[in-house]
Structures are given as structure tokens and as C-alpha cells.
Design a protein around this ligand. Structure first.
Ligand code: GDP
Length: 296
């Protein structure tokens, strides 16, 4: 499970502080060195770790903490607040259009979990009383259209497809017309991925963005790829501009480096996390809860 190693190491570092009673500046600095190592071992981006530790040090090495009756608790509280902040601070939700349908465009590399996430998101929205239309816009991966149709059948929600001969832009536009005529208040567009970022992929996504003007572009990245996920997110955001990230496969990610780095590096919030292959395994991302979980 995610953050296992990190959690244990941070708790060890803080247990040492708790055992001491009154703390000196050196005690706090020694604990923060352990925190720093633990974060680096969890594959958190080096720059992110440096900035994070210096912020905590600034707050924790002062009279307010050292002269407090519970200095160790104060240090943990500061780390908790800064960890929450690092992961985006507050929960960031999907913004729905005041004039439906809300158009959500999914983007990401092949295998990141886009098509699966379209299904998971549709299920969650349906449970909230919405009527989403799923759009098969990944015309290059042979199984993607079929995969989406299977998910739509399971959810009993329609899937809009025009096969693999029309352009994704035309498919997306026709899908929105279809949604308007059939009372769908949300349109979720699956798009093509590639094994690596290339210009052709970005051009296609940019074209969909400029012609469809989605309300929300969600970038799907695989947490198990660690810092690669962070680099991919940065590149997509620079080229396309995204509104939020869905971090998939958190269930298979023991370290948690992407979860801790992505929002700080890109400035974009993690909106959802994927925690398994099933349709129910999509959770809204709560930075504060995640931070409490790490600190145990
Ligand atoms: P796409 O190419 O981006 O559309 O990726 P897919 O949706 O086809 O997903 C690729 C693989 O990742 C599939 O086997 C999914 O079942 C799996 N997958 C997607 N999300 C998750 C997740 O949150 N956890 C796990 N364990 N597997 C996932």
C-alpha cells in the first residue's frame, strides 16, 4: 500500500522527538534530516523535498515550538500542515458548467488508465444523479472502443462511438450534439494516448481542446511510474494545459513519490486517485486526509 515505508520512517523520526520532552534546535534538525531522507527514498522530487524541509525548518526551529510544552507535537503539526499544502492544500473538485453539458476531456499516455477512469468517473457521476455520455475518442488503440462499450454496458450508460475512421475532433463535436439532444448533462471524452509524448499526440489533443473547449481537462497518470509521472504531467501541462490530475494505480505504488510531487511541480491539483481495477476504485483526493494517513 502507498506510503508504507515513508509512514514508518516518519513515525520513527517523530517517536524519537516525543521521547525527549524538551527539544533543542539540534534535535529538530536531526529529525528533519530523517524526514528529508525518508522523502527522497519515497522518490519525491529533490527540489520539492528541499523546499519542503526548509519551510518546515523555518517554522519549527523557533521559540514558539522549542519553548512549547509539547514541542514534538508542534513539529508534527507543522509537518502535517506542510504535507497537506504540498499535495495541494484543499480538495479540488470537478467544476461543472452552469450551462450543461459539462465537457470533460481525458488525456494521458497509453496504459495510464484513461479508458478505465472514464468508466469509473461515469459511475461516480451517475451515483450523484448525473447522466453522463461516454465518448470513444481513442481511435488508434484497437481495443479502446470496445473496452469503453463494455464499461458503458456495465454501467447502463450510452457510449458514443463513430468507429475509427472519423477524426477525434469530429467525434467529440458530434458527441456533444448528441448529448444536447438526449439530455446528457456530462460528456466524458476518452482520447488517444501514445507510449511516449510526441508532437502528433499533443497536436491532436490541442485541436480537440481548441474546437471543443472542454470545461475540464483531466490528465491521467500512472503513480507506479514515480518521477516519470511527474515529468509526463509537467510536459502535458506545458503543451496542453490541464485542469487537474487523476493519479491511477495508487494501490500498486508503495512509495508515493508522484502523489507527493505532482501538484507542487505542476501547480495543478490531483482531483482523483485510482485505487484498483474495479469501477468503484476511484476516490476524490483529499490532501489533508492523505497527510494524516502518512503521519499515522
Ligand atoms: P489507457 O490506455 O490509458 O486507456 O489505459 P486503460 O484504461 O486501458 O488501463 C490500463 C491498465 O491499467 C488496465 O489493465 C486497467 O485495469 C489498469 N488500471 C487502471 N487504473 C488502475 C488503478 O487505479 N489500479 C490498478 N491496479 N490498475 C488500474
Amino acid at each position: 500500500m502507498i506510503f508504507e515505508g515513508l509512514s514508518e520512517k516518519l513515525q520513527n523520526a517523530f517517536d524519537k522527538l516525543k521521547g525527549k520532552g524538551k527539544l533543542s534546535e539540534d534535535d529538530v534538525k536531526a529529525a528533519l534530516r530523517e524526514v528529508k531522507l525518508a522523502l527522497l527514498e519515497a522518490d519525491v522530487n529533490y527540489k520539492v523535498v528541499k523546499g519542503f524541509i526548509s519551510k518546515i525548518e523555518e517554522r519549527a526551529v523557533g521559540h514558539e515550538v522549542l519553548d512549547s510544552l509539547t514541542p514534538a507535537q508542534q513539529v508534527i503539526k507543522i509537518v502535517n500542515e506542510e504535507l497537506t499544502d504540498l499535495m495541494g492544500g484543499t480538495q479540488s473538485k470537478i467544476s461543472f458548467a452552469s450551462n450543461p453539458p459539462t465537457v470533460i476531456m481525458m488525456a494521458g499516455l497509453q496504459g495510464a488508465g484513461k479508458t478505465t477512469t472514464v468508466g469509473k468517473l461515469a459511475k461516480q457521476l451517475k451515483n450523484q444523479g448525473k447522466n453522463p455520455l461516454l465518448v470513444a475518442g481513442d481511435i488508434y488503440r484497437p481495443a479502446a472502443i470496445k473496452q469503453l462499450q463494455v464499461l458503458g454496458d456495465r454501467l447502463d450508460q450510452p457510449v458514443f462511438s463513430m468507429g475509427d475512421k472519423q477524426s477525434p475532433v469530429d467525434i467529440a463535436k458530434a458527441a456533444i450534439n448528441n448529448a444536447e439532444s438526449n439530455g446528457h448533462d456530462v460528456v466524458i471524452i476518452d482520447t488517444a494516448g501514445r507510449l511516449h509524448i510526441d508532437e502528433e499526440l499533443m497536436d491532436e489533443l490541442k485541436q480537440i481542446k481548441s474546437e471543443v473547449i472542454p470545461h475540464e481537462i483531466l490528465l491521467v497518470v500512472d503513480a507506479m511510474t514515480g518521477q516519470d509521472a511527474v515529468n509526463v504531467a509537467e510536459e502535458f501541462d506545458d503543451a496542453l494545459g490541464v485542469d487537474g490530475v487523476v493519479l491511477t494505480k495508487l494501490d500498486g505504488d508503495a512509495r508515493g513519490g508522484a502523489a507527493l510531487s505532482i501538484s507542487s511541480v505542476t501547480g495543478k491539483p490531483i482531483k482523483f486517485v485510482g485505487t484498483g481495477e474495479k469501477l468503484d476504485n476511484l476516490e476524490p483526493f483529499h490532501p489533508d486526509r492523505m497527510s494524516s494517513r502518512i503521519l499515522g
